[in-house]
Design a protein around this ligand. Sequence first.
Ligand SMILES: C[S@@+](CC[C@H](N)C(=O)[O-])C[C@H]1O[C@@H](n2cnc3c(N)ncnc32)[C@H](O)[C@@H]1O
Length: 180
Amino acid sequence: MGTGTGIIALFLALAKENIKDFKSKIIASDISENALKCAKLNEKHNNLSNEITFIKSNLFASFPNSYKNSFSVIIFNPPYLPSISNTDYSDNHNNINENNDLTWDGGKQGFNIILKFLNQSKFYIKRSKRSHIYYITSSKTDLDLFYDILDRNGYKNQIIEREHYFFEDIILNRIDSMNF
Ligand SMILES: C[S@@+](CC[C@H](N)C(=O)[O-])C[C@H]1O[C@@H](n2cnc3c(N)ncnc32)[C@H](O)[C@@H]1O
């Protein structure tokens, strides 16, 4: 989800070439047409053509019904920073332009897109002990409120890694499919 340059999908496609039992399909989606163009170019430059299915979609809105309950793993490095202006770009998807801030603007508290993503993911992740959702938050996200909302909604979140980069801690989170 939010494939951007395609880096995560490309990494998985390279892993697939080298791991015999890795047979899963790789779907890469983004709301931005330009991001998808960039990801497709990177796929070509890495000689991985036709390994990845690309979808332009606002979160899961344009995913076909057949994808429901089918993903073993869903990964999203989302826009997770709090807005710096009064304009919340995270809700402004109908009005995208080249200068928009959808790459980083997660709304007032930084978790607007993440919550929407999680609420939709539960319909697309496969119900299995081995299915997981991985996503990023930051120390700049309003984490107390965010994790409290997850608790209240019954999502059992696990923090897998936390590392400091530049101005923030980057946090890798996981929710297991059985824990929604
Ligand atoms: C922080 S960037 C991550 C890019 C890339 N996955 C990476 O890890 O480098 C966030 C990406 O999410 C995309 N995005 C933002 N809102 C989205 C939405 N509602 N649906 C799908 N993609 C979205 C942005 O266009 C951007 O490419």
